[in-house]
Design a protein around this ligand. Sequence first.
Ligand SMILES: Nc1ncnc2c1ncn2[C@@H]1O[C@H](COP(=O)(O)OP(=O)(O)OP(=O)(O)O)[C@@H](O)[C@H]1O
Ligand SMILES: O=C(O)[C@H](O)COP(=O)(O)O
Length: 406
Amino acid sequence: MIETLDDLAVDGTTIGVRVDINSPIDDGTLADDARLRAHVDTLSELLERGGRVAVLAHQGRPGGDDFVCLEPHADRLSELLDQPVEYVDSTFTSAARTAVEELTNGDCVVLENTRFYSEEYMEFEPERAARTHLVEGLEPVLDAYVNDAFAAAHRSQPSLVGLPTVLPGYAGRVMESELDILGSIEATPEPRVYVLGGAKVSDSIDVAWSVLEKGLADHVLTAGVVGNVFLIADGVDLGDASSDFIYDQGYWDEIDRAADLLDAYGDRIALPRDVAVARDGSRHELGVNALPPGDGESAMDIGESTLDYYRRILTDAETVILNGPAGVFEDDRFQNGTKQLYGAATETTTSIVGGGDTASALRKLGVTGFSHVSTGGGAALRMLTAESLPAVTALENAPQQPATHD
Ligand SMILES: Nc1ncnc2c1ncn2[C@@H]1O[C@H](COP(=O)(O)OP(=O)(O)OP(=O)(O)O)[C@@H](O)[C@H]1O
Ligand SMILES: O=C(O)[C@H](O)COP(=O)(O)O
């Protein structure tokens, strides 16, 4: 049983709030603030109820261009919350602890990107995570911990599983609503269709296995890199460029798993019937019978024939669950598959979308009208396999009585 903000005595309490504001970054600035907006309800509720809020979050992965400090996030949160939000350029040093100790009721500080510390990019059992520098540094200055970072709940990292081992833990409003919706997929109306696109091939194959095996999915439609892997598994020659991409991304071994899945459940798995490539600078669609494409041409989107086929399946569906764009939506020439496929999904009674990139693609393409757009990508996928999420388990096991610091 997870406690929520309804169970937390907030007034005068110093609360570490783990959010997921991991966002696209362009030239060091925030390119999209959707994930920050998602947490406004939780943060403003805690602040209005007299909490002293220390925000913890990661941004990017070590080595990536988006591995940046959280100052732009703090500035944007200040605008969204309509109050000053302090930023401290460290996470658990004495400067960070002093900033937390100096908070008064209704104050908010954003601590530095948790992943600037190597331990936060490692996975630990909760008990071990509780003995990391981050947790040992922050625990003395916090009374309680709130986890609103559903999108990171599949990671077993110190700020996600260590803090709720030593502090009373509560789910924030985003976490609460995501668990409510994604935790009761079985209750959604049937027929139920899963659309698996994007680039998380291994996770998507796990989901497909799980939902087909459990009888949760009447159909699985594949698109994006996932669709390309299934096409290769089905014996289609996608050409060197797509194959090299799949190999370079480390997905080559997934082709055998996709082939096994096709053997077991091929009648319920739909594969693209055509793909779009860039030819002479423009979009050009090729039926699978016309493949391989020309030299250097890569399958970047699904084409009209696939869309017709998938629309027919969706017409009979009552619930559709989608993750991952159908193509390289960042390029105007390859947005059509995502726009049309996701647009068709909004016509079903219940439509649930997961994925940070997917949500940003849908905003960019102006596709609205879903029953639920999850903040999580990998976390939503993991949840759909009915596997437990480490950060959720840690909240379930957290101690519950906060002791208020002066
Ligand atoms: N055919 C394709 N070839 C190469 N890349 C593709 C193709 N189709 C989709 N993509 C890429 O997949 C990426 C998004 O996939 P991903 O699985 O990460 O989505 P998500 O689950 O919404 O994201 P997140 O991990 O942020 O939650 C995009 O960057 C897009 O360009
Ligand atoms: O964007 C995400 O899916 C979450 O923020 C988790 O990020 P990660 O995949 O880098 O752990």
